[in-house]
Design a protein around this ligand. Structure first.
Ligand SMILES: [Fe+2]
Ligand SMILES: [Fe+2]
Length: 247
């Protein structure tokens, strides 16, 4: 339940408690994944938003019953990491080449009348490349280390820290910075595409490309939210709670 006293809470806390609020923040153009560290009060003041409307919408979203409201916060961390890998990382790997293909096509056909398509195509291509190497780092370095830390809780075998992991804040800061870069890119894509609105002279491929871009952005928001606002916070607590006997 959202009340006026809740304006001191951070955006990321609302979303971590109830993901249904994410849709409301998206509607108001509030970035809840990369810039979720701001309080509701700060956002209302900065973005010049009608606070009353926003609070009402948040309250309504929390009351609406949807079968899809998943309480990710209650999940064990290993389940959350498996889920991120199999759902969100796989999604990026599978959809990126398809979206690149469609964007190439519509830029070729419609680029003359809609030159913003060249910029959108360039931004998405860069994003897909960077995301794939980011995901690789998570799957090959960060997640395996956190799985070892989790195991250490029951076995007592303190894992050896990989290079750069002496302080867990460092890899987390790097990964979060990369999330921010993608947030900036996709905000720019949303702006250039007039929030994924197809022009009147668009064709079916145009429509499919913009729909896929929008879905990609939505999936990325949830993906980054799960990592920034749940996984990293819990992983840090866990890693910091280990005795520092290993290097
Ligand atoms: Fe990820
Ligand atoms: Fe990530």
């Amino acid at each position: 339940m959202v009340s006026t006293s809740n304006t001191q809470r951070k955006i990321q806390e609302f979303v971590a408690d109830d993901y249904r609020t994410a849709e409301v923040f998206s509607k108001y153009g509030i970035d809840f994944c990369c810039r979720g560290n701001r309080t509701l009060e700060e956002v209302i003041a900065k973005e010049k938003i009608n606070g009353e409307d926003l609070l009402n919408d948040l309250a309504n979203a929390s009351q609406a019953s949807t079968a899809q409201n998943i309480d990710y916060k209650s999940w064990p961390l290993d389940l959350l990491m498996d889920y991120i890998e199999k759902k969100h990382h796989r999604y990026v790997a599978e959809k990126s080449p398809v979206i690149n293909f469609y964007l190439d096509k519509i830029a070729r056909v419609h680029g003359e009348r809609h030159p913003e398509l060249f910029e959108i195509k360039k931004l998405f291509k860069e994003s897909a490349e960077d995301l794939l190497s980011h995901i690789k780092e998570e799957e090959n370095m960060f997640f395996p280390y956190i799985r070892e830390v989790l195991e250490a809780k029951s076995t007592g075998n303190i894992p050896k820290k990989p290079e750069g992991y002496e302080n867990i804040d460092n890899p987390i800061a790097k990964l979060m910075e990369e999330h921010d870069d993608e947030g900036v890119r996709h905000r720019e894509i949303a702006k250039l595409s007039n929030n994924y609105t197809m022009p009147e002279d668009g064709c079916n491929t145009y429509k499919v490309a913009f729909k896929m871009l929008k879905d990609f952005q939505d999936d990325l928001h949830l993906h980054i939210h799960l990592e920034n606002n749940i996984l990293f916070l819990e992983a840090k607590k866990l890693a910091d709670s280990l005795p520092s006997t290993a290097n």
